[in-house]
Design a protein around this ligand. Structure first.
Ligand code: TXA
Ligand code: MG
Length: 315
């Protein structure tokens, strides 16, 4: 068990001495270390058991810090940052040499974001360096949305978990890059395509189902619990299966089976997003052989949920 609390001074001291601390954000909890200090970066990869080709996101306290770490901020990126930070949005921008190559896995761009959480904002504002932080889960497993989730899996490997309560968005940040043509969404996330397009007009979406050098974390199989997950039409499947042995994850409907998690009984897509990773964890622990899940409405943040569901079920 790692020590868990709300003490920013404890978190600050550990980070200043090159240690890792789990920190809350509005999307998911992050496993944070000094982004400018390669031994801390190496620890992040080690604790997560993360392949070195999968780059980390760098977290800053506010927009004014951006210029310290990137060379060039295209207009569209400026606009997005001004309107949507702090928030669940990561921008891929050309890095300055102050950001170690280890952070970006050798890429010329760095993923950078300003998280929207009061505790983590205070922590970042009190530090002289930004924080590199991937989601605080073992590589490939379900992302953590509470301090307890972090403790369950990484508790023996880190010293402190800054507890900021359950993440309010529940999906990781939306990742946007700026290539030759239109801005490109590399990961669907907490901020919807609709939100982005309101600000900068049409964007392209490049969501890869397979390993992709530009967004290596977008592996086909990701966010996966230990149990097999199948996406099905629950309405049709419900009469055909022995539900003693199967768990069900539904969007809104109560299928009245022994092991089920209803993401949002009232049909609120944001509530469903907040509950999604906790649901996967809970059903993973249920005494069943497999998990059947249905897709949620494919709009807004629902697209990010469906993306996670596809990856959780690809094995
Ligand atoms: O919401 C979030 O973004 C959370 C919280 C903690 O901030 N962090 C997070 O980090 O989801 P992680 O490491 O689990 O996922 C980061 C993703 C990976 O898929 C990685 O490949 C991609 O971001 N990424 C990071 N830097 C990149 C870059 N320079 N180019 C392309 N993809 C990048
Ligand atoms: Mg992750």
């Amino acid at each position: 068990m790692a020590e868990t609390g709300r003490d920013i001074q404890v978190a600050k001291k550990l980070l200043q001495s090159g240690e890792l601390v789990a920190v809350p954000t509005e999307t998911v909890y992050g496993l944070a270390g000094n982004a400018l200090h390669t031994p801390a970066i190496a620890k992040i990869f080690e604790v997560k058991d993360r392949p070195s080709f999968d780059p980390l996101i760098v977290h800053i306290s506010d927009f004014t810090q951006l210029g310290k770490y990137v060379t060039d901020v295209p207009d569209a990126a400026q606009e997005l940052a001004r309107h949507l930070w702090p928030g669940p949005l990561t921008l891929l921008l050309k890095k300055k040499s102050i950001i170690p190559d280890m952070v970006t896995s050798g890429l010329a761009t760095v993923g950078i974001r300003c998280p929207n959480h009061p505790l983590t904002h205070e922590l970042l504002s009190s530090l002289a360096f930004p924080l590199a932080a991937p989601s605080a889960n073992p590589f490939g497993y379900v992302s953590p949305t509470t301090a307890l989730h972090v403790d369950e899996q990484l508790g023996t490997k880190i010293k402190y978990i800054l507890d900021g309560g359950p993440s309010t968005v529940g999906m990781e940040s939306t990742i946007v890059g700026f290539g030759e043509k239109r801005p490109m969404v590399h990961r669907l996330g907490g901020l919807s395509i609709e939100n982005l397009e309101e600000i900068i007009g049409p964007v392209d979406v490049a969501i890869h189902s397979r390993s992709n050098p530009l967004a290596p974390g977008q592996l086909e199989s990701h966010y996966a619990p230990r149990k097999r997950v199948f996406t099905v039409d629950l309405e049709r499947a419900i009469n055909m299966i022995d539900f003693e042995k199967v768990a069900v994850m539904s969007y809104q409907k109560d299928y009245q089976v022994p092991h089920q998690y209803i993401l949002s009984p009232s049909g609120n897509i944001h509530e469903a997003a907040r509950n999604f990773f906790a649901a996967l964890r809970e059903l993973d622990r249920a005494p069943v052989d497999l998990i059947l899940a249905e897709f949620v409405p494919d709009e807004g943040i629902g697209r990010a949920i469906n993306d996670r569901l596809r990856r959780a079920s690809a094995k």
